[in-house]
Design a protein around this ligand. Sequence first.
Ligand code: NAD
Length: 319
Amino acid sequence: MIKVLANDGISQAGIDALTEKGFEVITEKIDQSDLISTINSDNYEVLLVRSATTVRKDLIDACPKLRIVGRGGVGMDNIDVEYARKKGINVINTPAASSSSVAELVFAHLLGMVRFLFDSNRQMPLTGDTEFKSLKQSYAKGRELAGKTLGIIGFGRIGQEVAKKAIGLGMNVMAHDRFLDEANITLEFFNGDKKSFTIETDSLENVLTKSDFVTLHVPKIGDKAVIGAEEIGMMKTGAGILNASRGGVIDETALMFALDKKKLAYAGLDVFDNEPSPSIHLCMHNAISLTPHIGAATLEAQDRIGTELAEQIITYFEQ
Ligand code: NAD
């Protein structure tokens, strides 16, 4: 029986799919310091991790029976991927499993910010019973999303999911991608109807100058922010910006300056520089809608991550 150690957990759907095919799945968390000895003594051939467990060269060298290392999710910073592959280990991940969850979170922020829900939810518990009328006045200038332009920077898996949801809400979509000229996206409706769109990407400058809201879905490459003071300067006054990609993709100091000067009306952030200790000034800013990096954290995404990993493991051992 092939043994699978899911050291950072795996969904029940993933466990069921594997056990049905005769795998033994253990979800007991082994401390990083005991991982090598446990993998060897208990004959694990598959190690599944999320972001907590690291798989470095020492582990790869010390565990020659390991056949698969799987990462539930996207980023593989915690795995020495190239080294593992060189040593004949199959390294897998589930890059598409959480795209829809992240895209929905973008709209949670976006719909919330145009009606000031993030601030209203802070103020109502404090003065909702005494200052109702003045709060009502404070949030009177909401905006609709329908008919507005959403600029999507990074038009990969998540960017394209965001486009589908924006179109569903009646928004215009513009996209910029450094490596992609166009993308075909297909909206699927409740009655089985489908509608496809081809969206051509545009220059960063055009997207920034013409969008009412800008959302970022790029990887973090190097230290330079994709959106800094210069790029914010190109945006419409009163626009909103969202980052659910990686901390550092927006220059946080430039963002706070732009919000304070009312160049930008609001921002929505799921990711931060210096996680898990983001700037307290950002966290307390009254024009920012905030979540603590929960883009992929839905039950549906966890289920898909588990079943996608299971499918890849089953296929590998069936070959
Ligand atoms: P992807 O690789 O499918 O898409 C990224 C796109 O960005 C690609 O099309 C690429 O060509 C483009 N790109 C790269 N650098 C660029 C640049 N400087 N300017 C413009 N375009 C650029 O990735 P994805 O699955 O869509 O993920 C996007 C981001 O979301 C990643 O940073 C990922 O780590 C992050 N993410 C966040 C969460 C969360 O919890 N908030 C969850 C999953 C993924």
